[in-house]
Each structure stands twice: as structure tokens, then as C-alpha cells.
Design a protein around this ligand. Structure first.
Ligand code: TRP
Ligand code: ZN
Length: 886
């Protein structure tokens, strides 16, 4: 690609160029004449000059619209009185205050991008974040223009019996010609990205919630009639979320009705449209027979996430899209602590950190690295990233750590109070916390401004004569695209000291007069290097550093395997206990990788084995934690720990270790498996989930012994279970073993579940991540199967996405077949759905970290994509940045 030919390449938007909107919209009346082939939209806008701006052209955004007419103050405008191009409508010489009527036509059934108004199954629905509203009508489509919307929908009553929009239903009626109409009014001013409309023949499950001030709120979940038995879990989750936000943040719901709609074709998880959340069906529908524990868990957290947006996002929204983490980072942090409160806090933290380290650290170390508050973008859809969401959540969590729970609540109260109804910035958020706590977070704000994962190096020294222990912390941060050097971060480092029995020791600092009360203390690292001196330390401690993962950094702390084993057995902080075990496993696995590369004979560390045995034997430990502690790091995560990732050796090393562990501890896995196998009716609660996770983990080790009898066991588990968690675990293991049993199990599973999309997606995924050598051929064959439709993002993610991201040995096949396959799919997808195409490209994020041969092959695939003309802005931006990677 010729990067110098910038004239047709999509243009960059810069934070530095932010200007307030010139015209404001006081009221928007939208009238929809719904039809799936051609919908007519009449938009009537009451507009006025922004007092903070100067008069000039009035500019509206628009995309893929047929403009029918424009009227200003009741008078039709001639073609010469406005300008329209593919991206905008410009009206010069408007008065200070005016009413505008714009009529457009759109084509929902041709909308495969799933932005704007589109047709999905037998539904019509919208997706407007970030910039989808401009595909519905011309509008100042930016979050700092907030408007009161009134929406009238007219459509055929038979085909579209249910018609929904934001806010409260005001009126409805019938026409004589078989059409009917409804009018919705949302009293809360909102940006266009929160607009929503849904129509279709939907089943509705209703419930209610009484708010803390005693108001009755009607709750409704709308689903395709065949899914009417799948709503209970989401409804329970919604009520839990409403209660939690009242208790923990003092936030009450603010409309008479709260609606959730499940849609099969959806680009992401869910969308927080005011009063009318729209969900990917996979993120809302669940029964024990069709959804796994992980699904139940995810649904609970996504329902909470979208609900929490009502305050963190909707009541207080973003000034511009550079501020995206203002709502997303904060809301993820809120949903994570909700999940921690309702389930196991330790397991929640382990999962959150695991996700952050495997996905976000890779993003932060790659060509798309960007700050939590980015400075520029080409396509905003590309910035709904793990950095904005997950690292953004960590940044808010660190603020909470620094000011404490009470201080944080004071801060958020002030934030919601001060900015209710406004569109604000991450600076405004931090300012509210500062003002409420009289603290200075100016250095801390660098977390919003600087990309890259800081490294935290730990050195310790013990003086037995003085009884002093010194802990030296040093920080650095690698260069990222556009940011060569970094300033020091303000890093909260939670530390504990353990004596040789594993008890916490007192932590009085040299400059302090009195003892410190508590087992863990948070040290603030604000300089490049700082030494903390602890006094009255009676024996040399083992320091447990970064407890609870108090900051999103890479810890460089050279503990011996013996010390790691000690922490793994004794740390009182369960996160660090797990993490010590992971680090021990990483050390052991990387040693095996090294032995494979040197063609040495392989052996598994007896130390690791004895630690795992102890964990498995621990009757006191939460079974969910045992399962986490016995799970080896993924191949992808191991790859990220090597200077040059050796995919094949990593795979071989991990398989070897797994089998060694399985064979050595087989009697224990057996016993645990059997003791957890008492048939019990499925329930979604922390205790039962924990039991199932350990049971399935034991089964996966038993299967790794390669004893054919264990396949019978998987089969038996599949036969007797009443739930998808155990059924899928069995199938997953069978799919890794070639043979007729495998084929039979797959066929039977499909026959049983082919009517259920969510289950069929699981069936696609287990095949996509299979270890068997012909997996890519299978994946290609499945793309022609009736179960697969490339226009459905869930299908694409389940099959293509899983293969490319979670099957590293096959995706990174030496012959480049995986890369060529991905390039081909991306080019196909880009014509249909650019957002999904761009996300699939993410599988090549770390392409510079592989051997030269693979780099060349990946580069060739990237160049093939880049050479395509008429690439979407989405794919263009990512492929260009990847190719520029050093
Ligand atoms: N705001 C949504 C969320 O956090 C995510 C979102 C952004 C989205 N853009 C989208 C969802 C496009 C679906 C489609 O929860
Ligand atoms: Zn969100």
C-alpha cells in the first residue's frame, strides 16, 4: 500500500481539535414509517445557536442516507440552499433559532454492517453507538449534543406488533389500513448514540422493581417467542444490579420502565440505550441446559454493566469519543466489583487480571497501543478496546485504592451530582474525586495519557542486625507508537510481608512513630526509584508484592521457585497466592520450552508437582480457587513471555506438562472427580459453580492421561448431566481425540441442539479450537455448513475468531495457511461488516513477536489486505498501523 497517497485515505480525528458544537438541538421529534426494505424517517429538530459558539454553517452528519427533503421553519429548501455529500448535510445562513424538518429514506434489509437501523431475523432494531445515528437521519451525531427525543413509529400491525423506543410509552393507536402507531417520549436529554428503536413479533417477560425511594419500575425482557423460557436469569441479574447500584453507589433508576431486547445479529455484547438496552442474544438468554456457568456469569455481569451505564454513561455522558473510558472504564470497574460482591471476590479478581494480562498487555505492547484517553483515531469503532475498557477499569480501581472506599463514594457522589445531564471528560471525573477528598491526582492522571504497560522491578534487602527490611521499587515504561519516552507514573503498590510460617508481619516504616495496623499496606511509588524501609522486622520475610494486583503493571521480581512455592502455599492474599503459582508454572514451562529447543530430555519440576498435589489435597480451599490454581497459563500467554514466541515448542511443552501432572496425580484427580460427581440439580450459585469447575478440571487432566477409558468417562458425563457446563466440557475433551467416538459425539450434539443458535455456536467453537491436525480444513468445511452464516457476527466469532485467536498451533501453522485463511475472511467480511472484519484482524496484533519466517508470512497477509481498494476505515486503520510496526 502506498501510504503517501493520503488524499482518499480516511482522515484522522484529533482530541486537540475539539470544538464545542455550533448548534444545539433542544428537541427532536422523530417519525418512523417502518418497513424492512424502505423506512422513511421524518426528523423535526428545534435548533439554536450554541451561546458558547459563533454563527456559521450548520453541519449535520449523515451516512448511507437517501435525502428526500429539507424544510427550514416550514419552508422547503431548494437544492441550492444546502450542500449534501456522502458524509454531511450543510446548511449555510441559518437563523439563531429555527426548526428544521429533514426527510430521509433508509434500507434496513441491506444493512449488513449492523450500524443504524437494521433487519435481524424477524426484527428491526438499531445500534447507534458510536456513530450509527447518522445512518438513520442527518444529525449533529456527537455525544455532547444532548436532546429530548420524542419518537413516533408507524408500521404494519401484523408484522411489527411490538414497537419500542426510549423512555415512556405516551400514546398508541390503530389506523384503518392495518397499520398501527406508538409514541415514546424520553424526558432525559441524551446524545444520539443512546437512541434506540426496536420492532417485531416479540415475547415479553415482565417483572417489577421497587426503588429505594419507593417508585415502581416495570422490567421487561423481549425475546423471540422460541426463547421465552430463557429470560429468568437475566431478570434476576437485572434486579440484583438495580439493588446493588442503590446500596453501593446510591444510584436509583429514573424511568417508569426498563427494557431489554435480545437480538441475534449484533456487533458486540450489549448496548446501554436509555431505558431500552439491546443485547446480543448470547449475552442475555440462558437455561441450565443451553448455557454454561461461564455464560451465566457473563450474562449477570453484562446485564449489570449496561444497567450501571444508566448513571455512568447516560446521566453523565462523554464530551467526545476520546473520553470513552470515562463511561466504559468506570462502568467495567463497577460491574467487576458487583460480580465480586455477588460471587467469589478472589475468583473474580483472578479472572479480571488474567483477561487484562492476556489481552490488554498484548495490545499495549503492540502497534495499536494507545492511552486510556487516546489522542487520535481514524475510526472510533476501533477504540472499543481492552485498553479503554479493562485498563480503564484498572485506572479507576487504582483511584479507589488511593482514596479508600469511603473517599471514592464521596467522589462519585460529587461527580454524579456536579455533572448530571452533562457531557464531560475524564479530567472532570478525576477532578470530582480530588475535590471530594482534597487530594492531588495530577501525576496519577498520566495513567490516562501514556500508553504502554509499566514495568515494576522489585529488589529487597534484609539487615538482621538492624532488623530492617528494605524494599526498592523501580519503574519504567516501554516506548509505544508516538510516545518515545514516558514520565513516572503514580503506582499504588500493595505489599505484605510473610514470616517463615506464612504469617503476616508488622509493617512499620522507618519514618513512622507507631506500628502499622494491617496485613497489607499500599505504598505509593511516584518516582523512578524509591526504597521503603521497614523496621522491627524480626526475621527475613518473603515480600508479597502487588497484592490483589493493585496496579496494571508487569512485575519483575526475581523470586526463586522455592519462594514462589512458599507464596503459593502460604500467601494470605488469594490473588497473590494464585499468581505465585502461575509464575512458578511459567518458569517451569519456559524451562521445558528451552529444553525442547535444545533437544534435551524433558522432565517436570518435582517442586511444582508437589505444590499442585498439596493444592489438590487442600480440603479448606475453595474448589473454584483450586481449579484456578491448577490451570496452566495459556499458550498465548506463554508466548507473550518469550522474546521470540516459539508456538510449537510452547504447545509441546504445555501438553507435556499437562500429561505429566495428569499421570502423576491421577489417583487424586480420580478421587476428586468422583467425590464431585454426586448428581445434583443444576443451580447457578458460587458453591455449585465452584464444584463444577473443579470437576471439569479434574476431567480434563484425566483425559490428558491419554487413557482410552477416560474418553468413556467424558461420554458418560455427557450422557448423565443435566447442564451445558458439564456437557460441553465433555465434548471439548472428546473433540481433541481423533476417532469415531469424536465424530459420533459431535454429530449427536448437533442433532440435539441444531435449533438453538447459542448452543450451535459452542459446537462451532469446540471444533475451531481442536488440537487435531486437520482443524483448519474442518473450519473451512464448517463455513459451508447450514449452521454457519458469515453475516452473523456470533457465528464468525465462534468459528473464525476462535480458530485465529485461541488455536495458536494451527493458526500459526508454519506453511502460512492460517494467515492466508484469515486474510481471505477479512476481505470478505469487510464488504459486509467492517467492525467485525477489523476485530478479526486483532489476531495479528503481535505479528512482530514471532520468528522471521512467520513474520514474513503474516506480513504478506497484511499486505494482501492493505492492497485491497475501498477498504473500510476500520480495517484500513488497523492494517496500516500493524504494517508500520517495528
Ligand atoms: N457501549 C456498549 C457497552 O459497553 C458497547 C458498544 C459500543 C456497542 N459500540 C457498540 C455494542 C456497537 C454494540 C454495537 O456496553
Ligand atoms: Zn459499556
Amino acid at each position: 500500500m502506498d501510504l503517501s497517497s493520503t488524499e482518499q485515505s480516511p482522515k484522522m480525528t484529533l482530541l486537540a481539535n475539539y470544538q464545542v458544537p455550533r448548534y444545539l438541538v433542544d428537541e427532536a421529534l422523530l417519525h418512523f414509517d417502518l418497513d424492512k426494505a424502505k423506512t422513511r424517517v421524518i426528523s423535526t429538530l428545534k435548533m439554536r445557536l450554541n451561546p458558547a459558539s459563533e454563527a456559521g454553517d450548520c453541519v449535520f452528519d449523515g451516512d448511507s442516507l437517501d435525502l428526500i427533503s429539507v424544510k427550514l421553519n416550514g419552508k422547503s429548501l431548494a437544492d441550492s440552499e444546502y450542500k449534501v455529500d456522502s458524509k454531511s448535510l450543510i446548511i449555510p445562513n441559518v437563523p439563531e433559532q429555527f426548526e428544521l424538518e429533514i426527510i430521509t429514506e433508509i434500507h434496513p434489509d441491506q444493512n449488513t454492517a449492523l450500524e443504524g437501523l437494521y433487519h435481524s431475523g424477524r426484527l428491526l432494531c438499531t445500534q447507534c453507538e458510536a456513530e450509527g445515528f447518522r445512518r438513520i437521519t442527518y444529525y449533529p451525531d456527537r455525544p455532547d449534543v444532548m436532546t429530548v427525543f420524542t419518537v413516533t413509529i408507524v408500521a404494519d400491525a401484523k408484522q411489527w406488533p411490538v414497537m419500542l423506543s426510549n423512555g415512556n410509552l405516551e400514546e398508541q393507536g390503530q389506523f384503518n389500513d392495518g397499520r398501527h402507531w406508538v409514541r415514546w417520549h424520553d424526558p432525559h436529554p441524551k446524545p444520539s448514540y443512546l437512541f434506540a428503536l426496536v420492532a417485531g413479533d416479540l415475547y415479553c417477560q415482565q417483572d417489577h422493581f421497587t426503588t429505594m425511594s419507593g417508585r415502581e419500575v416495570t422490567l421487561r425482557i423481549y425475546v423471540d417467542p422460541e426463547n421465552k423460557h430463557k429470560c429468568d436469569h437475566a431478570l434476576v441479574s437485572l434486579k440484583q444490579s438495580m439493588k446493588w447500584d442503590e446500596e453501593v453507589y446510591g444510584r436509583e433508576y429514573d424511568l417508569d420502565v426498563f427494557m431489554i431486547v435480545a437480538v441475534n445479529d449484533f456487533n458486540m455484547g450489549a448496548m446501554e440505550n436509555k431505558g431500552l438496552n439491546i443485547f446480543n442474544a448470547a449475552c442475555v438468554l440462558a437455561t441450565p441446559e443451553t448455557a454454561t456457568d461461564d455464560d451465566f456469569y457473563t450474562i449477570q455481569s453484562i446485564v449489570a454493566h449496561e444497567y450501571f451505564h444508566n448513571w455512568s454513561g447516560n446521566r453523565v455522558t462523554c464530551r467526545d469519543w476520546f473520553q470513552l473510558s470515562l463511561k466504559e472504564g468506570f462502568t467495567v470497574m463497577r460491574d467487576q466489583s458487583f460480580s465480586a460482591d455477588l460471587n467469589s471476590a478472589a475468583v473474580q479478581r483472578i479472572d479480571d487480571v488474567n483477561g487484562l494480562r492476556s489481552m490488554q498487555f498484548a495490545e499495549d505492547a503492540g502497534p495499536m497501543a494507545h492511552p486510556v484517553r487516546p489522542n487520535s483515531y481514524i475510526e472510533i469503532s476501533n477504540f472499543y478496546t481492552v485498553t479503554i475498557y479493562e485498563k480503564g477499569a484498572e485506572v479507576v480501581r487504582m483511584i479507589k485504592t488511593l482514596v479508600g472506599d469511603k473517599g471514592f463514594r464521596k467522589g462519585t457522589d460529587l461527580y454524579f451530582d456536579r455533572h448530571d445531564g452533562q457531557a464531560v471528560t475524564t479530567d472532570d471525573f478525576v477532578k470530582a474525586i480530588e475535590d471530594a477528598n482534597s487530594i492531588d491526582l495530577s501525576q496519577f492522571k498520566r495513567w490516562y495519557e501514556q500508553a504502554g504497560t509499566p514495568e515494576l522491578t522489585v529488589n529487597t534487602q534484609y539487615d538482621p542486625v538492624q532488623q530492617r527490611f528494605s524494599l526498592t521499587l523501580r519503574q519504567s515504561c516501554p516506548a509505544t507508537p508516538g510516545q518515545e519516552t514516558k514520565l513516572d507514573f503514580h503506582i499504588p503498590v500493595a505489599v505484605g510481608l510473610l514470616d517463615s510460617d506464612g504469617n503476616n508481619m508488622p509493617m512499620q516504616l522507618a519514618q513512622e512513630k507507631t506500628a502499622y495496623d494491617g496485613d497489607t499496606r499500599v505504598l505509593s511509588l511516584t518516582e523512578t526509584e524509591q526504597t521503603f524501609e521497614f523496621i522491627h522486622v524480626s526475621e527475613e520475610p518473603v515480600a508479597s508484592v502487588l497484592r490483589g494486583f493493585s496496579a496494571p503493571v508487569k512485575l519483575k521480581y526475581d523470586l526463586t521457585n522455592t519462594q514462589l512455592a512458599f507464596l503459593m502455599a502460604h500467601d494470605t492474599d488469594s490473588f497473590n497466592r494464585w499468581d505465585a503459582g502461575q509464575q512458578l508454572m511459567i518458569n517451569v514451562l519456559l524451562q521445558i520450552v528451552d529444553d525442547i529447543q535444545k533437544q534435551n530430555t524433558l522432565a517436570l519440576s518435582p517442586l511444582l508437582l508437589s505444590q499442585l498435589e498439596a493444592v489438590l489435597n487442600d480440603e479448606q480451599l475453595d474448589p473454584a480457587l483450586i481449579a484456578k490454581m491448577l490451570t496452566l497459563p495459556t499458550e498465548n500467554y506463554l508466548a507473550a513471555q518469550m522474546p521470540v514466541a516459539d508456538v510449537d515448542a510452547i504447545h509441546q511443552a504445555r501438553e507435556f506438562a499437562k500429561r505429566q501432572i495428569a499421570v502423576s496425580l491421577k489417583p487424586l484427580f480420580n478421587a476428586r472427580y468422583e467425590s464431585l460427581s454426586k448428581q445434583k440439580k443444576y443451580q447457578f450459585n458460587a458453591e455449585d459453580m465452584a464444584a463444577r469447575s473443579l470437576k471439569n478440571l479434574c476431567l480434563s487432566y484425566l483425559a490428558a492421561t491419554a487413557d482410552p477409558l477416560q474418553m468413556q468417562r467424558c461420554l458418560r458425563q455427557m450422557k448423565v448431566t443435566d447442564n451445558m457446563t458439564e456437557l460441553l466440557a465433555g465434548l471439548r475433551l472428546m473433540v481433541d481425540q481423533a476417532g469415531s467416538e469424536r465424530e459420533h459425539a459431535l454429530r449427536a450434539f448437533y442433532e440435539q441442539w441444531k435449533h438453538d443458535r447459542q448452543v450451535v455456536d459452542k459446537w462451532l467453537s469446540v471444533q475451531a479450537v481442536s488440537k487435531l491436525p486437520d482443524t483448519l480444513l474442518r473450519v473451512k468445511a464448517l463455513m459451508k455448513h447450514e449452521a454457519f452464516n458469515i453475516k452473523n457476527p456470533n457465528n464468525v466469532r465462534a468459528l473464525i475468531g476462535q480458530f485465529c485467536r485461541n488455536n495458536p498451533v494451527h493458526f500459526h501453522a508454519k506453511d502460512g495457511s492460517g494467515y492466508r485463511f484469515l486474510a481471505e475472511q477479512i476481505l470478505k467480511l469487510d464488504k459486509l461488516n467492517p467492525q467485525v472484519a477489523a476485530r478479526m484482524l486483532g489476531a495479528l496484533n503481535s505479528w512482530r513477536r514471532y520468528d522471521i519466517e512467520r513474520q514474513e508470512l503474516m506480513k504478506a497477509s497484511l499486505e494482501e489486505i492493505a492492497a485491497q481498494k475501498d477498504l473500510s476505515a476500520d480495517v484500513y486503520e488497523i492494517v496500516t498501523k500493524y504494517l508500520a510496526a517495528q
